[in-house]
Design a protein around this ligand. Structure first.
Ligand code: SF4
Length: 207
C-alpha cells in the first residue's frame, strides 16, 4: 500500500491507470485547474513537490501487483507535461511494455520543440497511442488560451500532429468544446488532414 505521505504518482479512473510524472508545463492553459490553483482530479491530490524518479514511479506501479493487468491501458497524464521528463517517461514505458501493458501518452505536442529533435522515433517502440492537445484552430487563440512559454509553439504542435501518425498507430487530437474564438470543426479538420482521430472534450470536465 502507498504511504499516505508519498505523492500520488499513480491513480486510477474507471478502467485506466494514470501516471503523474511531472508538475512542469510549457503552457499555462487558462482552462486548466492547475492554473486556477487546484491539483485535484476526482479524489486524487496530484500535487508533487519534486520530480519523481523512474524508480519511484515504477515502485508505485508495482504496489498494484497482479491488478496491473486488469487495466485497459496506462496513461501518462497528470498535471504536468510528461515529455518534459523524457528519460523517465521512456524508462517507465519500457517497464510497462515488458509487462505487455498498453501505453498511452497525453501530451501538449511540444516535445520536438523543447528537445530540438524528433522524439517520436524514440517513442515509437514504447507508446501504443498518443493524445495531442491542439486546443485551437489558430495561433492567436492558442496563445490566448494556452499561454505558451516558447516561441512558435502553435506551429510546433501542428507539425507534431502532422508527424505523429508516421510513428504511432493510434493518434488522437483533442480540442475543447466551448473555448471562446475556437472553431472546433476546424480543429477536427486539422486532425483528419494529418490522418489522426479527433476528440472534442467538454470545458471544465476532467478525467
Ligand atoms: S498543459 Fe495540461 S497540465 Fe499544463 S497547464 Fe495546460 S492543461 Fe494544465
Amino acid at each position: 500500500m502507498k504511504n499516505p505521505c508519498d505523492p500520488q504518482l499513480v491513480y486510477a479512473i474507471d478502467d485506466s491507470l494514470y501516471l503523474n510524472i511531472s508538475n512542469r508545463c510549457t503552457l499555462e492553459c487558462t482552462f486548466c485547474p492547475k492554473t486556477q490553483g487546484s491539483h485535484q482530479v476526482h479524489d486524487y491530490d496530484l500535487s508533487i513537490t519534486k520530480q519523481p524518479s523512474s524508480d519511484e514511479i515504477i515502485s508505485q506501479i508495482e504496489l498494484l501487483d497482479d491488478k496491473l493487468i486488469d487495466y485497459k491501458e496506462v496513461v501518462f497524464c497528470g498535471f504536468g507535461e510528461p515529455t518534459l521528463r523524457l528519460q523517465q517517461l521512456k524508462a517507465v514505458a519500457s517497464y510497462l511494455k515488458s509487462k505487455n501493458i498498453k501505453v498511452r501518452l497525453n501530451t501538449d505536442g511540444l516535445a520536438n520543440l523543447v528537445h530540438k529533435r524528433n522524439i517520436l522515433l524514440e517513442l515509437k517502440p514504447l507508446i501504443d497511442s498518443i493524445s495531442i492537445s491542439l486546443n485551437s484552430d489558430d495561433e492567436r487563440s492558442y496563445i490566448k488560451h494556452c499561454q505558451p512559454q516558447l516561441k512558435h509553439a502553435y506551429k510546433a504542435v501542428l507539425e507534431f500532429i502532422r508527424l505523429a501518425p508516421n510513428y504511432i498507430n493510434d493518434v488522437r487530437v483533442t480540442a475543447i468544446n466551448g473555448l471562446e474564438q475556437v472553431n472546433i470543426h476546424n480543429c477536427q479538420q486539422i486532425a483528419y488532414s494529418a490522418g489522426a482521430n479527433f476528440l472534442a472534450r467538454e470545458l471544465d470536465v476532467i478525467g
